[in-house]
Design a protein around this ligand. Sequence first.
Ligand SMILES: NC(=O)c1ccc[n+]([C@@H]2O[C@H](COP(=O)([O-])OP(=O)(O)OC[C@H]3O[C@@H](n4cnc5c(N)ncnc54)[C@H](O)[C@@H]3O)[C@@H](O)[C@H]2O)c1
Length: 250
Amino acid sequence: MKLQGKVAIVTGAGRDTRGIGRRIAHALAGEGADIVISDFVPENASAAAAEITEATGRRAVAVQGDVASEADVERLFATAQAEFGHVDILVNNAGITRDGLLLRMTEEAWDAVLNCNLKGAFLCTRAAAKVMLKQRSGRIVNIASVMGRVGNAGQANYSASKAGLIGLTKSTAKELGSRGVTANAVAPGFIQTAMTDALSEDLREQMKKQVPLGRLGTADDVARVVLFFCTDDAAYVTGQVLSIDGGLFM
Ligand SMILES: NC(=O)c1ccc[n+]([C@@H]2O[C@H](COP(=O)([O-])OP(=O)(O)OC[C@H]3O[C@@H](n4cnc5c(N)ncnc54)[C@H](O)[C@@H]3O)[C@@H](O)[C@H]2O)c1
């Protein structure tokens, strides 16, 4: 039990049972952490919280909200503090795509993706920093993407948001490091979730061929690495970006 007595907020953890956020919440609870599930969709957040408590016996609280809304993020952290009295781990996982080629990309599609993926992480990180600096300890893990490192045709908004998240991770690591707070990022490659289910079978096969390990990843592949960053095993690791992509980017 490497996270006994810890409290973790995981954003975008409501989706379905294969969602990356939900699997991360499970992995953290499996090591003894109590969990605050934040998601845009209230019934998914509640279902995830109930499932985690049933599977692990840990307390799990669901809070509906939009990570891109300052008021919602304040309510999320206020609820976590009221329920548990401290916040030790923040996983910025909520993320969306609105793909389209650059020339046809609308301002709305740009704003929606940057607001959720990058501004959302900023608002949650700022709220977490207020708590963690006082505690003089904390772990922040950002879910970036291989696309933030290599770029992708049709994903200018998404790639920019994930590259931005890497910059946010490193700046956070530098600002908060002296107070015992670490900030790291993971960069998943092609992971089997609802996000990639939306792609054609053809495209998924093409993706597989590019991966040295020869398969798409699972949400649990990502969750295990995030768990590592949240434990004392990674106490002297900060500002890092670790790929979880079967060797796609090296
Ligand atoms: N699936 C992949 O191949 C892959 C690869 C690299 C990175 N990622 C990243 O991993 C994270 C999770 O991806 P996933 O595939 O599980 O996605 P998903 O679409 O299955 O889940 C995303 C969750 O975020 C929630 N959400 C969306 N907008 C929100 C908002 N504004 N506020 C709060 N919650 C919001 C959704 O309701 C959903 O539960 C994302 O940041 C994604 O960019 C995914």
